[in-house]
Design a protein around this ligand. Structure first.
Ligand code: G3P
Length: 217
């Protein structure tokens, strides 16, 4: 399973990259706003800065919601760096835009996906990634992980190549459950990745090893 970090914070991206297990970055307009990145030029520079830090795919979301606007914006984003993946919302014109970019060989990430039907459409349109938001489904008392299982099942039935990018991952158990189900990618905060490191028996064991080593000196 690929690990993407879901942030526009350069320090956190650097930290995850330094761990050596980072495969890419996802961002969205809310995450950019959280870092205080405003204005087209600053946003573009920020995407380029992210691409300089990581080796893998970097999702950059379009703001336009009409077909022509999404194509214009998406082409400009894709031209910024060869690691850029154009992030397109799951709306009618978005499906058309996914198909367009797919025919041009430009990578896409279909975002704001909350149902298996939406994921099926994204795959039919040739999306590179589909992003089901599991945390936001959990927030409304709907099983987000069940959606990942449904999409896995459907994609495997037909051999769709669209990668399932489990998004809106909130914590470490989400990461583990997504891996069990067979999501291709997960994107979450740094804490969801670092949580995988932790086990109290590791800390207790290490403390004992070091104490015993000291006794023999
Ligand atoms: O990758 C999607 C993500 O940015 C949404 O996460 O936590 O705002 O639901 P969240």
């Amino acid at each position: 399973m690929k690990f993407f970090i879901d942030t526009a914070n350069l320090e956190q991206i650097k930290e995850a990259q330094a761990l050596g297990i980072l495969d890419g970055v996802t961002t969205n307009p809310s995450l950019m706003a959280k870092e205080g990145i405003n204005g087209e030029e600053n946003v573009k520079k920020h995407y380029q800065a992210i691409c300089e830090i990581v080796d893998g795919d970097v999702s950059a979301e379009v703001i336009a919601t009409d077909f022509e606007g999404m194509i214009k914006e998406g082409e400009a984003l894709a031209a910024l760096h060869d690691q850029i993946v154009v992030k397109i919302p799951m709306i009618k014109d978005g499906v058309k835009a996914l198909k367009y970019f797919s025919s041009k060989g430009i990578k896409t990430n279909c975002t704001l996906v909350f149902s298996a039907g939406q994921a099926l459409l994204a795959a039919k349109a040739g999306a590179t990634y589909v992003s089901p938001f599991i945390g936001r489904l959990d927030d409304i008392s709907t099983d987000g992980l069940n959606l990942i299982s449904e999409i896995r099942h459907i994609y495997d039935n037909y051999g769709f190549e669209t990668e399932i990018l489990a998004a809106s991952v909130r914590h470490t158990m989400h990461v583990i459950d997504c891996a069990k189900i067979g999501a291709d990618v997960m994107t979450g905060p740094l804490s969801s990745i670092e949580g995988l490191l932790k086990h109290p028996l590791t800390d207790i064991g290490l403390e004992k090893f070091l104490a015993d080593h000291k006794k023999n000196q």
